[in-house]
Each structure stands twice: as C-alpha cells, then as structure tokens.
Write a protein that binds this ligand. Structure first.
Ligand code: F6R
Length: 246
C-alpha cells in the first residue's frame, strides 16, 4: 500500500485530485469509481478547478457511483444523484450516459442490483476507485460483517452510519434506513484504489487497516489484499498506536 500522510483535509483534496487528474491524463477513457460523503467533496471541487484550468478532455471517461440511498427522490438534496450532478457531473460537463448511479427508487431493488453489476461489467470494470471509509470501517455501504464475496446489494444501514450521516439532513429521522451499494468483491475487482481518510473519528478504521490483518468486522481491511491501493490520510486520522490489532 502506498501511504501519503497529509496535514489536513485541504492537502488531502489537493493530493487526491492530482492523483485522479493524472489517471485521466494517462487513460482518457478511464472508468472512475466515485464515492460520496463529506471526505471527497473538497477533492471533487479541486478536480473541477484543475480540469478547467488544464482544459482536460473528459468526453471519454465513465463514472460509476458506489452507492445510493433507497427511497430518496433524485431531487432530494441528499440523494447522491442530486449531490453528484450538482457538484461533479454538471461542473465537469459529463453527459448522463457517462455517469452510472444505482437507482434507489427502482421498485424491484434486487433486479436493480443485478442490472447495476452488469452495467459495471459492460463498461469494462473500474480503473480507479475512490473510496472513503466509515468510522465503523465500512467501504461503500458495506457495513461490518458483510461477506467479502458480496456483489451489488441492498443494505440496512447501521445506527452508527445513520448517526454519522444525520449531519447532512434537517432531521435525523430523515436519514434513509437502506441503501444500494456496490459489493466488496466488486470493489476489489477495481484495478486501482484511492482511499481517503480524514479526521480523528476515522482513526480506529485506519488503524485496523494498517494492522495488515483482514477482519470482516472492519470491511476496509480487505484492501490489504488489493495489489494497488493508495491511502491518502490526514495526520489525525492516522493513529500512532494500532490498538485494534491487539
Ligand atoms: C459514500 C460511501 C461511504 C463514505 C463513508 C465516509 O459513497 O461510500 O463509504 O465514504 O461513509 O463518509 P464521510 O466521508 O462523510 O465521512
């Protein structure tokens, strides 16, 4: 694992956005896996600025979103569909057929999961997957205990995740209870991974990862088996002691 320790979120966004920009320059038809949440938002803002500054042609990239809440209307401010169109796909000028997002409004969610998994295969799989990490170690919305061979599936969000995400909603009761997420095995098929961790509330998850062990109770630790991971981590998210390993 390539570990880049940075001072703060701003530096994380700079390093991560440059990493993505380089990947697009190296492979203009890049398939980019997108995470949502608070951590990558500065990265996406800087990416938009850098793409505009360097006039990078994105007409051949595809994006594949990791997850989406079940039951939130597309125009709901906190749906990932809305967030990404507003802050990333719109400013980058991507057309709708370039950006895949699971449909959390599909009446048949099981069918939607199968459709999405096939759609990822159809674009040739993900070249570079951006990941955040939950304070409980989830990646995508693969909560602790998710089978490591899972594909795209519907999840019940844990209380920890719903509480963490309540900050984005007017009322905590509005946080959806379910989501569709790309599974762990699908994430592991990505050819490279850019994992972002910022803030001391992520230090348990980061220390579990850095213990080098694989523990399904800390899904992020599966990345220890992936051959090409870059971790960009702020100083406060990288605990000195790896207590979790004990
Ligand atoms: C969101 C996602 C989640 C987040 C994680 C961290 O698409 O996949 O795994 O990356 O919940 O969220 P933040 O960045 O808000 O702390």
């Amino acid at each position: 694992m390539n570990i880049l320790t940075v001072k703060n979120g701003k530096e994380l966004s700079d390093v991560a956005s440059s990493h993505i920009l380089k990947a697009v320059k190296d492979k203009p038809d890049l398939v980019l896996g997108i995470a949502t949440g608070g951590t990558p938002s500065g990265t996406y803002q800087q990416l938009v600025e850098k793409v505009q500054l360097h006039s990078v042609d994105l007409s051949n990239i595809k994006t594949v979103n990791l997850d989406e809440y079940v039951g939130l209307a597309r125009n709901h401010e906190e749906s990932y569909w809305h967030y990404l169109h507003e802050h990333l796909y719109g400013p980058l000028g991507l057309s709708p057929d370039q950006a895949l997002i699971p449909n959390g409004l599909n009446e048949n969610l099981e069918k939607e999961c199968v459709r999405y998994e096939k759609a990822i295969e159809k674009v040739g799989g993900v070249d570079l997957q951006i990941l955040g990490v939950g304070r409980n170690g989830h990646i995508g919305f693969n909560e602790p205990g998710t089978p490591l061979d899972s594909k795209t599936h519907v999840v019940e969000l844990t209380d920890s995740t719903r509480q963490a995400n309540a900050r984005f909603f007017d009322d905590p009761s509005e946080v959806p209870t379910r989501a569709i997420t790309v599974g762990i095995s699908t994430i592991m098929k990505s050819r490279s991974i850019l994992l972002l961790a910022s803030g001391k509330e992520k230090s348990d998850a980061v220390s579990a990862l850095l213990s080098g062990k694989i523990d399904p109770q800390w899904p992020v630790t599966v990345l220890n088996q992936h051959p090409d991971v870059t971790l960009v981590v702020t100083e406060d998210a990288k605990a000195e002691e790896h207590e979790h390993a004990e």
